[in-house]
Every structure is written in structure tokens, then in C-alpha cells.
Design a protein around this ligand. Structure first.
Ligand SMILES: O=C(O)CCC(=O)C(=O)O
Length: 235
């Protein structure tokens, strides 16, 4: 059974323990598929009517500010309740975006740690992201890859190495023998620490792969990424 605002739940102790140890956890059955279909239609509408601000094709930056539907989804009580034992005291939005892999594209997102960028705006002790696939995501269409436990070593400075992500380290600079793919079904949600090393490969399928990503931090951090910053639950 998927969650509603009324049966919202916290992370189970074992889920929280996995997050703390591995730096990420997959939470099953958070969103009904019909709701994701509505978000997909909203994304289609935004892409038909609004300027594409993403660096990469199909991406939408500042997604939580775009429409009422995306604004509500970025503040969803089911998500806030699931992350309330991770992100505290209080919860605010750092940023929200849509990432996409167009069909048959080799759009690689290079290895990086989100805090290597996010720390330039504001430091946070508990920052993390929710990665919500709008279609089933696996190795064939560009699911996220992570390096379990890598959040424990803190953030390293990322250099201007070019590629799609201008500041990310290139593949030649980094090899992670212990990286693993994180297939996630539509309706499930991946939570990951802002210091966790992650990347994604291309999409070999005929369908787009989209992910709605929202990054949250404790409400005591005085700002986030520009006007996307919003306190959702006071400290
Ligand atoms: O969704 C993806 O493919 C990866 C995106 C990502 O890691 C990021 O934008 O920080």
C-alpha cells in the first residue's frame, strides 16, 4: 500500500540504520503510480510552455518554483515525515530539479558529491536528497550509481574538468571499484546523503527516464540555493 498524507510514516529503524551506514536507502511504495503519471503530465506541460533552464536536455532547474503541482510535490508531507529523523532540527528546501535521460542518449552525469557544490551556498550537517524516479529506473535507462559509505569520508574539492557537469571530476580522474547501481521502481524513493559519491550513465531504452530530485537541509541553516530556499518545518 502506498502512502497518503494521512498514513505518512517515519523511516523504520532498519531503514535509518542503512542510511546512516551506507549513505543511502531505498524506501518502497511511497507514491501511487497514478500520482506519478500526473507529475509526468505536469512536466510535459512545463516543457511545452516554459524556457528550459537546465544545462542538460530535458532537465528543469528550480522545479519547486515552477507550478503549484511541482511546488506541492517538493513539500510533500509523506516525504518530510520520512526524512524527519535525518534532516533536523526542522526541515527546509535547499533546491529542487528534474533530471532526465532522453531515449537512446549517452547523457552521463559524472561522479560527484552534491555538497561539493551545495556547500558554496551554505553549510549543513544533515543535508540530503530525495531521488524520485518518474519511471522505473535501472541500469538500462540510467539509474543512479552510488559508492556505499563514501559519505563518511567528507567532501573533496571538485575541479573544473568539463563534460556535462562543468565542475565534476572526469571519469579518468575517478575509479570506484565499489560503486553499485541503484535500480529504483517508480513509486519508490531513493534517499541519499549530500556527501555520497554518485553518478549516472546513459539511457539505452526508447523511453525517457526522469527523476524529481529535492534536496533538504535542517531549518537552522539560514539559506539555500537562492530563492528556492524555504523553511517547511521550523526548528
Ligand atoms: O539523476 C541523475 O541522473 C543524476 C543527477 C545528479 O546526480 C545531480 O544532478 O546531482
Amino acid at each position: 500500500m502506498t502512502l497518503t498524507e494521512t498514513n505518512a510514516r517515519k523511516l523504520m529503524p532498519d531503514e535509518l540504520a542503512v542510511y546512516r551506514d551506507q549513505g543511502y536507502v531505498i524506501v518502497p511504495d511511497v507514491f501511487p503510480l497514478a500520482e506519478l503519471a500526473e507529475i509526468n503530465r505536469e512536466i510535459d506541460r512545463i516543457q511545452e510552455t516554459q524556457k528550459d533552464t537546465g544545462r542538460n536536455k530535458g532537465w528543469i532547474m528550480q522545479l519547486g518554483l515552477r507550478t503549484e503541482v511541482t511546488r506541492r510535490f517538493a513539500r510533500d508531507e509523506r516525504v518530510l515525515t520520512l526524512i524527519e529523523d535525518i534532516v533536523k532540527p526542522g526541515i527546509s528546501i535547499y533546491s529542487a530539479k528534474l533530471t532526465a535521460k532522453l531515449p537512446h542518449s549517452n547523457d552521463i552525469c559524472h561522479w560527484h558529491q552534491d555538497n561539493a557544490y551545495y556547500n558554496m551556498h551554505a553549510l549543513s550537517k544533515t543535508r540530503m536528497s530525495t531521488w524520485i524516479p518518474l519511471q522505473d529506473a535501472d541500469e538500462t535507462n540510467g539509474c543512479l550509481w552510488v559508492v556505499p559509505r563514501s559519505q563518511k569520508d567528507g567532501v573533496v574539492t571538485h575541479g573544473p574538468f568539463g563534460g556535462q557537469c562543468p565542475k565534476c571530476m572526469g571519469p579518468a580522474d575517478l575509479m570506484f571499484d565499489d560503486a553499485i547501481p541503484c535500480p529504483v521502481k517508480a513509486g519508490d524513493m531513493l534517499l541519499f546523503h549530500a556527501c555520497l559519491w554518485h553518478h549516472s550513465k546513459g539511457n539505452q531504452t526508447a523511453r525517457v527516464r526522469r527523476a524529481f530530485i529535492v534536496s533538504y537541509q535542517e531549518a537552522t541553516v539560514p539559506h539555500g540555493n537562492g530563492n528556492q530556499y524555504k523553511i517547511l518545518r521550523p526548528a
